[in-house]
Write a protein that binds this ligand. Structure first.
Ligand code: SAH
Length: 451
């Protein structure tokens, strides 16, 4: 196959980035904007040895699961890779992705897969928005989203994954900037003031937070803007975040409080969490409750167990488990997250949760070999690269009755589960959960028990 060649392809799968994948004479092609089930005529734009990229020239027969995206900028934005598929088809794709990973990468047949838990409403689920501010070619102030893999802003004040009020808040800020002649930050020169608008909503409490990320020390006439923002019901916390660095990290370290206590509160199930502008917090609270509720269920706790929660973040899962366990130990590499975890444990009067800062692959072996700490249940929720080998080895030595594995990457999940199965664990349940509708991501929760 060569560049500029025309081919006819039926799309059979989707890549990590949501590109359609199909074969022409056994040669694999990645085709942007094509949906599973589409038959397209496409032009090859880049040909590598074993695969290539092509562009749709003609949609010969559209897939039955093709829909027009609800968001006008879905394609250039790139945040939602699957908006051109029905929600049912999205769920089927995710279910298959998990099943295929277990079969192909884990070499595990007859996996006990449960049907994916999707959302009733696959839009407006995000509790957080980070909106970059810029100017368009005519010098007009705009706020929106970065065009896929670039840093040029496409104006779109209302992201359909976020809360409806976000657009109103963004508008208030932009109007204030127009009135007071406040310039947006420019990445190329490092000049200008406002970089991003961070908005968070506590879905369970209705509390709102607005944080303006600025390249300076104060924001002109902030009292006027604050007054306006306070007309939004539930507005609880308003702050400035100082970021004068010339890089693309969004938040700086310093917060200047303008109004409110410095945090909003939200609940997942019965557990309260305090969220500051710098805290990590799951972005889809509805599905987080589904995911962690399932983790709690799979842990099968009676109140007598010692439980480890590895890669615990701010302790969301740990505190969920602490409600039903004798003792929970959490391990996490980010110190600030552990600070939040400890505060949240105190806030909820859960005195049976203890947290350690450090690498799971170092802390767990130390605690096991050094202090001979035991585990009845181990829960892990690692980043995409999965569990470190030292973590798996130590878990196997500790021989807990149950292991609950929460994963954001089915490939590394299948790889790690294989190791546990070979070491004498039986795979009991595999439950995919759709935490991020309209995107290619899928979360999976797996329970294993010792034979
Ligand atoms: N369950 C958590 C989220 C887990 S995301 C929550 O709900 O908050 C994965 C976490 O693993 C992140 O917080 C990341 O900082 C942490 N992490 C990454 N590498 C790690 C390591 N080697 N040891 C411990 N934690 C790690």
């Amino acid at each position: 196959m060569q560049k500029n060649e025309m081919v006819t392809v039926t799309i059979e799968d989707l890549s990590q980035n949501g590109e359609g994948i199909g074969k022409a004479d056994g040669y694999t092609l990645f085709i942007k904007g094509a949906v599973i089930g589409d038959r397209v005529r496409a032009k090859i734009i880049k040909a590598k040895k074993t695969y290539g990229y092509a562009r749709v020239e003609e949609l010969l027969s559209p897939s039955a699961s093709r829909v027009s995206p609800a968001c006008p900028i879905a394609e250039p934005c790139g945040g939602c890779q699957l908006q051109n598929m029905t929600y049912e088809a999205q769920l089927a794709f995710k279910q298959k992705k998990v099943a295929d990973s277990f079969a192909r990468l884990g070499h595990l047949a007859d996996v006990p897969m449960l049907p994916i838990k999707g959302m009733e409403h696959p839009f407006r689920y995000r509790n957080k928005a980070q909106v970059p501010v810029s100017r368009d070619r005519n010098g007009r102030l705009i706020a929106g989203f970065y065009a896929g893999r670039t840093h040029s802003v496409i104006p779109q004040e209302d992201c359909l994954l976020g809360a409806e009020e976000n657009a109103q808040i963004v508008r208030m800020v932009l109007d204030h900037m127009e009135r007071c002649h406040i310039p947006p930050y420019e990445e190329e020169t490092g000049n200008g003031l406002l970089r991003h608008i961070l908005i968070r909503k506590g879905f369970a409490t209705g509390e709102w937070m607005v944080c303006l990320i600025i390249n300076g020390d104060h924001f002109p006439k902030m009292e006027q803007l604050t007054k306006q923002l306070l007309t939004i019901p539930g507005m609880t916390d308003i702050s400035l975040n100082i970021n004068k660095e010339r890089n693309n990290v969004i938040l700086g370290r310093t917060i200047c409080q303008v109004y409110g206590p410095g945090y909003i509160t939200d609940y997942i199930g019965n557990v309260a969490y305090r969220i500051s502008p710098l805290s990590f917090y799951q972005v889809n609270p509805v599905q987080t409750e589904v995911l962690y509720g399932t983790a709690l269920d799979y842990a099968g706790l009676t109140g007598q167990e010692t439980v480890w929660d590895l890669y615990c973040g701010i302790g969301t899962i740990s505190l969920f488990l602490a409600q039903k366990a004798k003792q929970v130990y959490g391990v996490e590499i980010v110190e600030a997250a552990i600070r939040d975890a400890r505060e949240n444990a105190a806030l909820n009067q859960l005195h049976n949760a203890e947290f350690f800062v450090g690498k799971a692959e170092e802390v767990l072996p130390q605690k096991y070999e050094g202090e001979q700490i035991q585990a009845d249940v181990i829960v892990v929720d690692p980043p995409r690269k999965g569990c470190d080998k030292a973590v798996l080895d130590t878990m196997i030595q500790m021989a807990p009755k149950r292991i609950v594995y929460v994963s954001c990457d089915p490939a590394t999940l299948a790889r790690d589960v294989r190791v546990l199965v070979d070491a004498g664990y039986r795979l009991e349940k595999v439950q995919p959960v759709d935490m991020f509708p309209n995107t290619v991501h899928v979360e999976t929760i797996t329970s294993l028990y010792k034979k």
